[in-house]
Design a protein around this ligand. Sequence first.
Ligand code: PLP
Length: 362
Amino acid sequence: MIKAWNFGAGPSMLPSEVMAKAQQEFTDFHGLGIGIVEMSHRSAEYTAVAREAESLLRELLQIPDDYAVLFEQGGGRGQFAAVPLNLLPQGGHADYFVTGHWSRCAYKECAERYGKAILHECSVKDKDGRWCIDYSKMEVTPGAAYAYACLNETVNGIEMFELPDTGDVPLVVDMSSNILSRPIDVSRFGAIIFGAQKHVAPSGLTITIVRRSLLGRARQYCPSVLDWTVLDQHESMYNTPCTFSWYMAGLDFKWIKSMGGVAAMEERNKAKAQLLYSFMDEHPFYHLPIAASCRSRMNCVFTLKDERLNAEFLQQAAAEHLIGLKGHKVLGGMRASIYNAMPLEGVQVLADFLARFAAAHQ
Ligand SMILES: *Cc1c(COP(=O)(O)O)cnc(C)c1O
């Protein structure tokens, strides 16, 4: 079997140990004679799988007891609706700190359907023409129901390493593509949402971590399956959850724990990002559009200075089993997603390719 290095942004590569374990349990789970996707979500065996995944996540992120952890469907975009439906009262308003594609989508979902969303453009170009985050623009307006931000913009490759001071206004964040990549203080947030398919599990699962004092505020017409209070009351089994993805998330959490937890992940991720960025900073053949202080450790966005070489670049990369490097359709260029599962070795293989491709085209 040829091993490809998968730099796709999501669904993305998962740790090989996790894939191997899932393969084994796919057809026969723990000697029951049935596979993991064939069992009732209410069976004792599956319930144990589900609860273990939750407790591992709680342990890894040190989630305080007064936070609910909900396992849902509907993806990141489902949560773009769930956030206002659960937190924005009729006639209220919310602040949206926009730093890229996904926070803009979340803003639009709220503004066009549910109520008053106040747009704060928070990414600006610095003196070198590179995008960076202006945290001083992240100011809450009085009486806001919540303030919203995306801590890692998967498309743009821009990551927030600081948090705005929102005072008493709950800060709601999308961490779809950087959850578990570094330690965070959950108590700083009103809610954290993330689609699992960016780097935790296959698609079909979305997780919400929400402070319990924020429950019980959903609009009357909020669909029950998006109502965090309903989900909490039913331990995320109000309707049939995505059992396979929930199970896979549990395997991934166990893997992270075995690797030393999120602090160890952060060290690994720093080294990987450093390797790519420092190479491209030095090399005039490549261009980095994001300022050094906010470059994503998860999604390394870059362009070739001569964009006429794009197709050839992607073709040659694929021939060397480096796949998923094409940038998002709204931005073009290139993107190497180097999530938790990507080992340093894979990043080194990519860096070597970048050097060879540049040398061949000077
Ligand atoms: C991919 C992504 C989304 C959208 O997720 P879907 O599950 O496709 O709706 C939202 N936010 C971020 C940060 C993402 O990377």
